[in-house]
Every structure is written in structure tokens, then in C-alpha cells.
Design a protein around this ligand. Structure first.
Ligand code: HEC
Length: 195
């Protein structure tokens, strides 16, 4: 009896160790992609904010309008090469149709929105997709600076500025936000093939 308990507990220990060993590297990768995702989001956001500020100071919204396009920023290119990742921002209310969410992103956005409305805190997260990709997402919140182009039309966004925005983005839905609102999310796909 004693002996069989010993064997039994040894078997459990072994199983636990095997599970730990299998989970070990995976956990490690998750942390790696989580921290890389945060780095990319922070660096891109900082570059974006300073370019927006400078352009707004130079010539207001007409001057700054092209600076909220992260795909047009050199830092996006260099970070995506460095980390072997596709960097994108998306939203439930998009300005550029090219930034529209796919079905997985839509589900995550809806979840972030639901949490935001509940007053829950929103966190970056990692999700394996398919065999060779890991998806990092993180919420993007509205800062006072953003209201120049995403606030209320006729109030924070001057009518003349909005006319310019509308000309470039006829299907724009990204207005009416307040500071502290959830604007959208980062969607960063890491390619894990080469590991
Ligand atoms: C000078 C005007 C301007 C300011 C200020 C501005 N944006 Fe934008 N925003 C735009 C334009 C124009 C686009 C469309 C960019 C594109 O073509 O990808 C955009 C797109 C976005 C998108 C991508 C999703 C979509 O709707 O297409 C997000 C997210 C976003 N802005 C968040 C912000 C945040 C957060 C701030 C404040 C830190 C901010 N924006 C400040 C003009 C602005």
C-alpha cells in the first residue's frame, strides 16, 4: 500500500515536472512578446505624439493631418524589421478603412470596450494565432492632444479642420471622443517562424 502511494506520488511529481518543462519555454516566449509589444507600442506612440505636437504647433491640423498615420512613420518600418512584426492600430470607429479590424481584432476590441464601460482596467495581452504568429494587443486611450482631430466636430475640431480631414477620409467615424476614452488598440503580429 505504502509503496504504491510512493510510486503514485512520484508519478505525479514527474508529470508535474514534465508539464513545467513543456510550459517553461512557452511562458518565456509569452513574456518576451509581451515586453517587445510594449516596447514597440511605447516607442511608436512617443514618436507619434512628438511629431503630432510639432506639426500642430507649426501649422495646426492642416499641417498635422498626415502625422497620425503610423504606417507612414520611419520608426514603424525599423521596429517592424527589428522585431519581425507587423505593426497596426485599429478601432471600433475607424478613420482610415485600411485600419479596419479583422474578426479576431474585432472580438478583442469589443472585449476591451466592454471592460472600459464596466470601469475595469485594460491590459496588453498575447494570443497565439495559427502556427507561426503571436498577436500582441494593447489599448490606446485618448489624450487631450488627440481631441484636435478626434474630439467633437465644431468644438475641439474646428469646422475648417474637419473639412480637410473629411476630404482625405470620406468615411471617417473617429470623432466625438473625450479625453480618457478608449480610442482603439495596437495590434502587433510577431512572426515566430525563425525561432
Ligand atoms: C492632426 C490630427 C490628428 C491628431 C492630433 C490625432 N490623430 Fe489619430 N488619426 C488622424 C488621422 C488623419 C488618422 C488616419 C491615419 C491613417 O491614414 O492611418 C488617424 C488615425 C488614428 C488611429 C487609427 C485607427 C483609425 O481610426 O484609422 C488611431 C488609433 C488614432 N488615430 C489615435 C489617436 C490618438 C490616441 C491621438 C492622440 C495621441 C491621435 N490619434 C491624434 C488624425 C489625428
Amino acid at each position: 500500500m505504502r509503496k504504491s502511494i510512493k510510486i503514485f506520488s512520484a508519478a505525479i511529481m514527474l508529470t508535474a515536472m514534465m508539464i513545467a518543462a513543456c510550459n517553461g519555454p512557452q511562458r518565456h516566449d509569452e513574456n518576451k512578446y509581451l515586453s517587445q509589444g510594449k516596447t514597440i507600442a511605447t516607442e511608436t506612440f512617443n514618436a507619434l505624439s512628438s511629431e503630432l505636437k510639432a506639426a500642430l504647433a507649426r501649422g495646426g491640423v492642416p499641417e498635422a493631418i498626415s502625422y497620425c498615420n503610423i504606417q507612414a512613420m520611419p520608426i514603424t518600418d525599423s521596429l517592424s524589421k527589428l522585431y519581425n512584426a507587423d505593426i497596426k492600430r485599429t478601432s471600433l470607429n475607424i478613420r482610415n478603412p485600411m485600419n479596419a479590424p479583422d474578426s479576431l481584432e474585432l472580438a478583442i476590441l469589443n472585449e476591451y470596450q466592454r471592460k472600459f464601460e464596466n470601469g475595469d482596467s485594460l491590459h496588453p495581452q498575447i494570443l497565439p494565432v495559427g502556427e507561426n504568429k503571436v498577436l500582441f494587443t494593447a489599448p490606446i486611450m485618448v489624450k487631450p492632444l488627440c481631441l484636435n482631430c478626434h474630439g467633437e466636430i465644431g468644438k475641439q475640431i474646428q469646422d475648417t479642420s474637419y473639412a480637410i480631414i473629411r476630404k482625405h477620409y470620406p468615411e471617417d467615424q473617429a470623432t466625438g471622443y473625450k479625453a480618457g476614452d478608449l480610442r482603439g488598440m495596437w495590434s502587433i503580429r510577431f512572426n515566430t517562424e525563425d525561432e
